[in-house]
Design a protein around this ligand. Structure first.
Ligand SMILES: Nc1ncnc2c1ncn2[C@@H]1O[C@H](COP(=O)(O)OP(=O)(O)O)[C@@H](O)[C@H]1O
Ligand SMILES: [Mg+2]
Length: 510
């Protein structure tokens, strides 16, 4: 007899339906074959399925068993086909009588028939709902993740025995309750701007960066508070929308990093060490997994000690930064992961860290300083809208302010950022690809950024005096637009441009 059970394959960030067909025939010697581009983990499925069926108390048929995973040209990876294969065998051998046409099954079996956690379940549930599947059976450990999607019945399954009883009508599995979104949105952050004393200019620059989603480079001596500043950024970013939360969660789900088992509503903050590998940062591998640039999608990628990163690793960032996605190749074809992140990079001004520091003397030679600063390529620096010098706050000030509560907290800054973002949402309402000022191309800049002749004169002067590249010219307009948005101004004013010009790199290292 032939049985058909529906399952899913995760490709990149999304899932596609897979039909698991099981045919059992009495002719020929007993055998167990899986066809349809299975990888090693799917091949090994045979042993797990055989044991799980036996340990559930059912019979493993001593016949010719052929499993076909269709469509055949889609590579099948990982162990999550165990459950549908086992069910297909039970149905085809007529031990289980049930109708599975509108259900989907996902899960890896252990030898005793228990279900293990799977990766990428969220994408599969979203796909199942799109395909008008009414019920999805997932490992109990993935149930909360699956319950984020409304309008589909989610059944948490602990074992093959349990699902056997459910499908044969002996004992029902209780449906998972849909997740209440209110309960998981949290307003608490590990770092708050009110804990940073002084640093008004840096805080202002962070507010602008957050408001327009601009990349930012911090430069200053060790101990100036660069790392501290960077860590407060998530607390002033606008709340992630539900769609953004879904995108973030999907990425963590396929990477196997879903911690609290449900929807991630906080924007991610990733800070890979400078020794990180190319694959670690960009993504890839034998089973391509997202790298840090995708794990930082819709959040912050913090690269501390920026010049210490390997040059090829840094250069690999350039394309994904422009495109908002990264393409990694694998054995068959390529897959794409999203990578819309805000880059925060931090560096010392020179190897010893004290070049230009009024409080300590620099011990580096001029050539050492130049070599250090040249490690970041011009095109890379050009992709960073805001360049910020962070001087150390005097110890006396830190001590004097200790215990005082006179700094603004992150939630007030976040409200202003949100207002500026709302203006941008309106501005780009008709353009599906763009959400923030930083994503504008030259076409959008021409269309949306209103510049008076006074502004244009100021920009012309800056071009000749500061030797701006064409790219930095448009970046200055974008930052000016964000400053105007923060002020609620309909047009860009010369003051906005003047402020944006402060955040350009100094000539000494370009
Ligand atoms: N403006 C500041 N307000 C409060 N603490 C500060 C400030 N600047 C630095 N610190 C403290 O000094 C230490 C070093 O800061 P850090 O962010 O690691 O500096 P950097 O990354 O620039 O080397 C941290 O423990 C931080 O809490
Ligand atoms: Mg640091």
């Amino acid at each position: 007899m032939l049985a058909k059970v529906i399952s899913a394959a995760v490709v990149g960030l999304n899932s596609l339906p897979v039909e698991v067909e099981v045919d059992i025939s009495s002719q020929g010697l007993p055998s167990f074959t899986i066809v349809g581009l299975p990888d090693k983990a799917v091949e090994e499925s045979k042993e797990r399925v055989r044991s799980a069926i036996k340990n559930t108390g059912a019979d493993f048929p001593a016949k010719r068993i052929t499993v076909n995973l269709a469509p055949a040209d889609l590579p099948k990876e990982g162990p999550s086909y165990d459950l549908p294969i086992a069910l297909g065998i039970l149905i085809a051998s007529e031990q289980l009588k049930t109708d599975t046409v509108s259900s989907m099954f996902i899960g890896e079996l252990s030898l005793d028939g228990k279900l293990r956690r799977s990766t990428g379940v969220l994408s599969s549930v979203i796909m199942a709902k799109d395909k008008k599947i009414t019920s999805i059976f997932v490992p109990v450990a993935n149930a909360i993740e699956a319950s984020v999607v409304k309008g589909i019945n989610v059944y948490p399954v602990t074992s093959l025995f349990e699902i056997f009883n459910h499908l044969s009508g002996k004992a029902e599995i209780k449906k998972q309750k849909p997740l209440s979104l209110k309960s998981i949105y949290s307003e608490s952050f590990e770092f708050d701007m009110k804990d940073i004393k002084g640093q008004e200019q840096a805080k202002r620059a962070f507010e602008i960066a957050a408001a327009g989603s601009h990349n930012i480079l911090l430069k200053g001596p060790p101990g100036a508070g660069k790392t501290l500043l960077a860590r407060t950024l998530p607390s002033i970013l606008p709340k992630a929308t539900f769609d953004e939360a879904l995108e973030i969660t999907k990425i963590y789900s396929i990477s196997g990093y879903l911690e609290n088992d449900s929807l991630i509503t906080k924007r991610p903050f990733r800070s890979p060490h400078h020794t990180t590998s190319y694959i670690g940062l960009v993504g890839g591998g034998a089973y391509p997994k997202p790298g840090d640039i995708s794990l930082a999608h819709r959040g912050v990628l913090f690269l501390d000690e920026f010049p210490e990163f390997q040059r090829n690793v840094l250069e690999a960032l350039r394309q994904p930064m422009e495109d908002g996605f990264v393409t990694v190749s694998r054995a068959r074809g390529r897959i794409t992961f999203p990578s819309k992140f805000m880059l925060v990079a931090a560096q010392n001004p020179c190897p010893c860290g004290h070049f230009g520091d009024p409080m300590s003397e620099c011990r580096c030679t001029t050539s050492e300083i130049l070599r250090y600063q040249k490690r970041i390529s011009g095109p890379m620096l050009d992709r960073i809208d805001i360049h910020l010098e962070v001087p150390a706050v005097k110890l006396e000030k830190l001590v004097a302010d200790e215990g005082k509560d006179n700094e603004e907290d992150s939630s007030s800054v976040r409200r202003r950022v949100q207002k500026a973002r709302d203006l941008q949402t309106k501005r780009f309402a008709k353009n599906k690809k763009i959400l923030t000022n930083s994503e504008m191309g030259n076409k959008e800049i021409k269309k949306y950024c209103i510049l008076s002749t006074e502004c244009i004169d100021l920009l012309k002067l800056a071009v000749t005096k500061m030797k701006l590249s064409a790219r930095s010219y448009s970046r200055i307009i974008k930052v000016s637009q964000t400053i105007a948005d923060l002020e609620g101004s309909k047009e860009i004013k010369p003051a906005h441009i003047a402020e944006a010009l402060q955040y350009r790199p100094k000539m000494d290292y370009l």
